[in-house]
Ligand binder design. Structure first.
Ligand SMILES: *[C@@H]1O[C@H](CO)[C@@H](O)[C@H](O)[C@H]1NC(C)=O
Ligand SMILES: *[C@@H]1O[C@H](CO)[C@@H](O)[C@H](O)[C@H]1NC(C)=O
Ligand SMILES: *[C@@H]1O[C@H](CO)[C@@H](O)[C@H](O)[C@H]1NC(C)=O
Ligand SMILES: *[C@@H]1O[C@H](CO)[C@@H](O)[C@H](O)[C@H]1NC(C)=O
Ligand SMILES: *[C@@H]1O[C@H](CO)[C@@H](O)[C@H](O)[C@H]1NC(C)=O
Ligand SMILES: *[C@@H]1O[C@H](CO)[C@@H](O)[C@H](O)[C@H]1NC(C)=O
Ligand SMILES: *[C@@H]1O[C@H](CO)[C@@H](O)[C@H](O)[C@H]1NC(C)=O
Length: 368
């Protein structure tokens, strides 16, 4: 009796060790973490992401994206560099696209939707040979799995990185300053049917974030309006109004926010912005003051110093601010990665972030 128990126990230990070993040997990489596989906020987003990962044979890449709006194509190095989508090595259109790295070497992935690769939706990774002590299968006695588990009520091999997609609130992160339209600024956009939807795509807006509208004074303005007024470009009833560029707006409430220019025909020509703002989560947010508007500080010139209207694009020092935005976003992404290693639940949060992107992509239905 005691003997057979001991024997079972030893078998169980071997089986568990094998499980642990194999789960260690194979890593699942969620490409872009919470961001997923999108046209990223910064063109080096995926380079930065990959720089902090170690890829080896047997690892799995998981590309989360809105099917139909993105895809994943493996391409050659030259096609990757040129964003040439004409003859990919392989292409996945279903999401998530789980790709196992079967050999060592360099892998190049792009999205083949026009403009996406050049917008930064591209990923190069370098997979090394599998770890020094491979032994993926328990070599000698190879007990049937059914005999092994009894004494310890053995764990089923649940992959650490594969949670159920349970909706939960999105995690908190540091406030981000977004320059609306980036270098384009706040203008009648060149493509009036797309407007600012491409700019919104892939961004998350959280209470505490700041929108900066750069525009030429007396040529444009910024009004927050209701959803209905946004839909009809009605500038008669504004929630707030500002005509003093650059206009900085701190997002203080969650939900949908709508902004238009009230100059005649500007809104109907696409100078309108709709965003979804999520809450910061708990009131016990670690960094005090993150949800409050930062003092109108160094980043933007005081509006009183702009007596004459700048150029029609009205981009007032946007590069500085978009750089800051990108950095903050990257920093948020990195810290999310770090937490995911420790807390499985955080990975679920990431799933929700992905669902959120999907919904936003639905909103962007007219764009690309
Ligand atoms: C990788 O992570 C480390 C530690 O978190 C950080 O110091 C480093 O800047 C990161 N590297 C990149 C390329 O983001
Ligand atoms: C794209 O790749 C295809 C096939 O390799 C090649 O024939 C074509 O010339 C390339 N296009 C450009 C713009 O480089
Ligand atoms: C990929 O790794 C191999 C082996 O370490 C190295 O020779 C090669 O230069 C790497 N490629 C890139 C693009 O970093
Ligand atoms: C892809 O990987 C994710 C994360 O590991 C997992 O949840 C999902 O079930 C996988 N999908 C397929 C089709 O294998
Ligand atoms: C805004 O007000 C003007 C003048 O009162 C009116 O003519 C116009 O129809 C209003 N516009 C909308 C969209 O309600
Ligand atoms: C905000 O999100 C909701 C739910 O996903 C969606 O129905 C709505 O269209 C979004 N609104 C905007 C302005 O993106
Ligand atoms: C505007 O964007 C839409 C959607 O991407 C595209 O179909 C259309 O050709 C673009 N129009 C112009 C003038 O570029």
């Amino acid at each position: 009796m005691a003997r057979s128990l001991n024997k079972n126990f030893v078998v169980a230990i071997v089986a568990i060790a094998a499980l642990l070993h194999s789960s260690k040997a194979q890593t699942t990489h969620i490409v872009g973490d919470a961001l997923g596989w999108i046209v990223p906020p910064s063109t080096d987003t995926y380079t930065t992401w990959a720089a902090n990962q170690t890829f080896k044979v047997g690892d799995v890449l998981v590309f989360n994206f809105a099917a139909g709006r993105h895809d994943v194509a493996q391409v050659t190095e030259s096609a990757f560099n040129a964003c040439n989508t004409s003859s990919p090595i392989s292409r996945e259109t279903n999401s998530p696209a789980n790709i196992t790295l079967t050999s060592s070497g360099e892998y190049y992935y792009i999205c083949t939707v026009p403009g996406h690769c050049s917008g930064g939706q591209k990923l190069m990774i370098n997979a090394s040979a599998a770890a020094a002590s491979p032994a993926p299968q328990p070599s000698s006695p190879a007990p049937q799995p059914s005999t092994a588990p009894s004494p310890l009520n053995a764990p089923t091999p649940t992959p650490v990185t594969a949670p159920t997609p349970t909706p939960t609130p999105s995690p908190t992160r540091a406030p981000v300053t977004y320059v609306v339209g980036d270098n384009m600024g706040w203008i009648i956009p060149p493509n009036t049917s797309v407007g600012y939807q491409n700019w919104v795509r892939g961004k998350t807006f959280v209470v505490g974030d700041i929108l900066v509208f750069n525009y030429a004074m007396n040529a444009h303005d910024v009004a927050e309006v209701s959803k209905q007024a946004y839909g009809s470009c009605d500038s008669n009833n504004t929630i707030s109004f500002n005509s003093n560029p650059p206009t900085r707006i701190t997002l203080t409430t969650s939900g949908e926010h709508f902004y238009i220019c009230t100059f005649p025909n500007h809104c109907s020509a696409g100078q309108e912005l709709a965003i979804n703002v999520t809450g910061t989560g708990t009131a016990a947010s670690p960094s005090p003051g993150t949800a409050t508007p930062p003092s109108p500080n160094t980043a933007t010139p005081p509006s009183t110093n702009t007596p004459s209207a700048p150029s029609p694009t009205g981009a007032t020092t946007p590069s500085d601010q978009s750089g800051n935005s990108a950095k903050s976003l990257n920093a948020a992404g990195l810290s999310i990665t770090f937490l995911a290693i420790i807390v499985i639940d955080v990975d679920m949060l990431q799933k929700l972030r992905f669902l959120y992107y999907n919904n936003k992509a639905d909103f962007d239905i007219l764009a690309l």
